[in-house]
Design a protein around this ligand. Sequence first.
Ligand SMILES: O=C(O)CCC(=O)C(=O)O
Ligand SMILES: [Fe+2]
Length: 378
Amino acid sequence: MYGSEKLTDESERTAFRKAEKKYKLYFDNASKKKKQPKPVDLSEVLDFRAILDCHMRDGELPPAVTLLEEKFSCPVFSLENRPDFYFIPGALSVEEQCRLIKESLTDFPQPPNRTNHNAIYGPIQDLFIAAKEGKVLVENNATISSSESKSDVSNGVDKEWKFSLDNVESLRHCRSISSSTLLRKLRWSTLGLQFDWSKFFIGRTPRIPERLSLGIPAQRNSQRNYDVSLPHNKIPIALCELAKTLAKPALPVGVEFQPEGAIVNYFGLGDTLGGHLDDMEADWSKPIVSLSLGCKAIFLLGGKSREDPPLAMFLRSGDVVLMAGEARECFHGVPRIFTDKEHAEIAHLEAHLSHEDDVSFLKYIQTSRININIRQVF
Ligand SMILES: O=C(O)CCC(=O)C(=O)O
Ligand SMILES: [Fe+2]
C-alpha cells in the first residue's frame, strides 16, 4: 500500500520539479551537531568555466556545446539543442561586479523602484544604510521622538512605517521589524518600468507575491503586467549601456536592445526561484540579459514543457546568460545557491571588497547571490 502511494507521488512530479528537488538545499537532521547541508551529486551540472579552461588548454569542447568565437569580445557558448540560449562565462570584470553589488543594495531598491517590501511597509528609503546603523522600522501609531526617514503611505498600506533608532522605550507597544531582518528578507526590486503588483491585494490583506522560495506560478499570472502609469526612473545609464553591449550575441547585426525594465533578485541560503517563463514582454525575439553576482548558483534550463528534463549549469559571479527567441519559451529557475567557502567561489570579490568601507557589502555578499535581469518590454 505504501509502495503504491509512493508511486503516485513520484509520477505526479514533473521532470523540472524532480531536478529542483535534486539540487535544492536539504539539511542532514541525523547529525546532532551544527546543521549540515545534505551532500548533492553535482556531476551532471554543466560547468562553462571548466569547459572554457579545457578549451583554452587543449582546444576541446563537449558534444553539443558550441563556442561562438566571432560574436563578442569574450567567449560566448551556445548549446546545440537549446537554440537562442547563450552563456558568457566571466563577462563582467571584478570592478563591474562590485559596482553592481553595491548599487543593487543601495540605489536599486530606492523608491520609486518597488521591492517585495512595498506591499506591507510602503516605500522604504535607504534600507541598506538603516541596516548598517542598526535601525528598526516601526509602525507609526505612536509619537516616536527619535524617528527618522519617513515612509510614505501608498498601495493599500494604510499605516506609516518609519525608521527609528534601536532600544527606544516607546517602541515597546508598536509593531516593528529590524532593518537587518528587512534586508535579509529583501527578495526583489524592479528598475525602469514597474510591475503592477497591486492586483495581488485581496481586500485589505496583501497577498505578497514572493518570487523566491515559494516558487512562482507555472505560467506567470497573465494579469500581472508592467504598469506604465506607475512612477519610475529610467534604467540607470551604466547598466543600460552594459546590457546593450552584452545583448549583442543574441541579436542580428544592426538590431539594438533597448533596456526598459529589470528585476533584481536577492538570494540567501536556501532561497530558490521556482521554474517559470518570463512572458510579460511583447517581443520575445529580444533577449533577457541576466547577470549573476555573488555566491555560485545552479540554474536549470528546461524545455517548453515542465515534463522536459532540464539542463543544470553553474552560475558564478560575473557570468551572463542571454535568453532570446526559443529559449524564452523554456522553463527555467534557480534551485540552489552555495554560500560555503568551497563552493561560493567569491574569493575575487572578497579581495576587492577588503577595504573597511566595504565591510557591510562584503558581509552581505558572502552569504548571498544577486541576479539582475534586464528586459526590453515593448
Ligand atoms: O536568478 C537567475 O539567474 C534567474 C532569474 C530569472 O529567471 C528571473 O528573474 O526571471
Ligand atoms: Fe526568468
